[in-house]
Design a binder for this molecule. Sequence first.
Ligand code: F6P
Length: 341
Amino acid sequence: MRIGVLTGGGDCPGLNAVIRAVVRKGVSVYGHEFVGFRDGWRGPLEGDTMPLDIQAVRGILPRGGTILGSSRTNPMKIEGGVDRIKENLASTGVDALIAIGGEDTLGVAKQLYDREVNVVGVPKTIDNDLSGTDYTFGFDTAVNIACEAIDRLHTTAESHHRALICEVMGRHAGWIALHAGMAGGANVILIPEKPFDIDRVCEYVESRFRTRYSPIIVVAEGAHPIEGQIELQTGTLDAFGHVRLGGIGEVLAKEIEKRTGKEARTTVLGHIQRGGTPTAYDRVLATRFGLQAIDAVHEGDYGKMVALRGTDIVRVGLDEATAELKTVPVARYAEAEVFFG
Ligand code: F6P
């Protein structure tokens, strides 16, 4: 078989580990051939390929990013996009595709599968918000980076008696904020799933200062106040209709200063959470996902996404995986709330 591989959407530590596992097992165990498609769905859409053999995947296990490149190209928004992909797959002799991506990339994979493209999905996102899998690789790395940042913020906040806000990624789901905030002992954690009350946040800040201890506020970029409390600006949209976020941390700092009279400053971690070397946990998870994905393709088990359930790697339908986002349940947030203030 000749198998195409692509990585789409925001990159994430561990993508290269998946590619390596797919190619290593695919070539050495099954004798398949591979072709890399560059920059997500742009690759098959434009027939932009690169060689993908054992030599090409040597040394990439610990490397962040993706050797295939990525993009947020949405072929469903392009006139004749699906037909162009099918033509390019046929002309490059590709029998099946492995698409590594988040909700958007896998949503496209699902629609292509419905139109008779042989495709298997691998879940990727630092946000950990894909249904059907307990965890996505990249999440552990992002949480560890954010946790280290929070540890560092604690010590400088203490010296200057400031409230420090740490803005982390998480557009619709607050998993990174929840885990990093819990691990880092945040004074309060704000997530998109639960609109926050700025008066309550300020009470937490003041109570922490009263104990002569400086508050650290961890906020997910998609968090927002209760309607009408603070005015927020809106950003531009990408090809999948997502608004470009970033800025809630600054808004919070201004409000906290205004309402409490205490100095408040913001650190936006941004893409630092996405770059660099994956943790050992993410390397192992990504590798196991890659091994399962090539098994699925070899067996002709298309329309599936590989997933982690407990400690097992299983296959679930792409429809199940992309049906709805996995957000933070109320009970999980309540666990963290015990430590607020
Ligand atoms: O989807 C993952 C993610 O990390 C989101 O949390 C974030 O909003 C988005 O990517 C930002 O990606 P980019 O800056 O590449 O558009």
